[in-house]
Design a protein around this ligand. Sequence first.
Ligand code: RNT
Ligand code: ZN
Length: 410
Amino acid sequence: MSIIQNYNHARELYAGHGVDTELALERLDKVPVSINCWQLDDLSGFEDPERGLSGGIAAFGSAPGKPKSRAEYMANLEKALSLVPGRNKLALHAIYPDEGREGRGRDRLEPGDFAGWVDFAKSHGIGLDFNPTYFSHPMADSGFTLASADPAVRGYWIEHGKRCRRIGQYFGRELGIPCVTNHWIPDGYKDVTADKLAPRLRLAEAYDEIFAEPISPGENIDSVESKLFGLGSESFVIGSHEFYMLYAALRKNCIVCMDTGHFHPTEVVSSKLSAFLALGQEVMLHVSRPVRWDSDHVPILDDECRSLMYEIAAQDAFDSVHIGLDYFDASINRVAATVLGARSVKQALLCALLEPVDELKAAEAEGDFTRRLITLERSKLLPFGAVWEYYCETHNMPGYDWLREIEYAV
Ligand code: RNT
Ligand code: ZN
């Protein structure tokens, strides 16, 4: 049977269960997913690719094919983008400036250092998101950046943060799509901490300075990303979830970013999202797949990814939740990994959009928890794959056999 025939059959089956596949596909097509540029090169960047990672993050694995030049990197990026259907954004890090702009200090970056990316985004019809790089740098060697007690170190990174916001604003202005500039810092202590207040006071002050310049949210939105613990900050992380949640709610100058790998393994971001929605707070997401800890595995179509997307789709919260990706696994082909993560999140989104949400909410309201559970289980049996394949087909992309499009060595 052809893709269309399969789809028509699936559409009828879904319709029989009260679900309109056409509407689901229409909605899916409008939701941008922000693809992280750093899976493609293990977060090496262009600033000084030989430097290696530090500051609580590491990419494990030795799959062949890591790009040896900017040209190779760009070709891989083109390939990856060509295999992700629907609306996308590209999330850059500050260590990926244009050619010839690599030598500047991070406290001297300017919008013009990323003009090439604006051209790239324009030619692909996509938006850009941005990330200051507060790690993998001699000024971050102490393990502290914005919360550092050393005014020279803190000042350096405050300047970096300010400049990154202006770069985000430039992206938003040029592309007509707001940029989310996401701030994550590695600051924390490896061991038992005597003064947990002072570094947090310094961090709050540092962000107050960074966010002081008013920038229209139509151009740039800042998000702050927490973490539970990291390599080298096992005992105490300055930028914790509570810290940022309160900071964002009280100061109203930024939003919270939740990375799905940054919580205790029994905590799930899908259960947290509605708290933000109930209180009118926008959220940025870093969708990752934590395996036992913040392992930054590539997202797959697993239960939590589906639950997370359900929370957005069931509340029609696409204007309040920005979906971004964050993973870096060097043990599998990097282009395929980028595509897999992005496709998986979009598939999870499609699954969510194909749920009979009204029926589920009605069963819950009536206290019919039996029907609620069985209706949810029924969804798993419906031919979602046929709908996905048709969606890919409408974007001239393979639904199932996309790996064939990628050349790679083992
Ligand atoms: C680190 C944070 C952060 C980074 C990226 C590369 O724990 O998740 O988002 O992964 O900025
Ligand atoms: Zn993250």
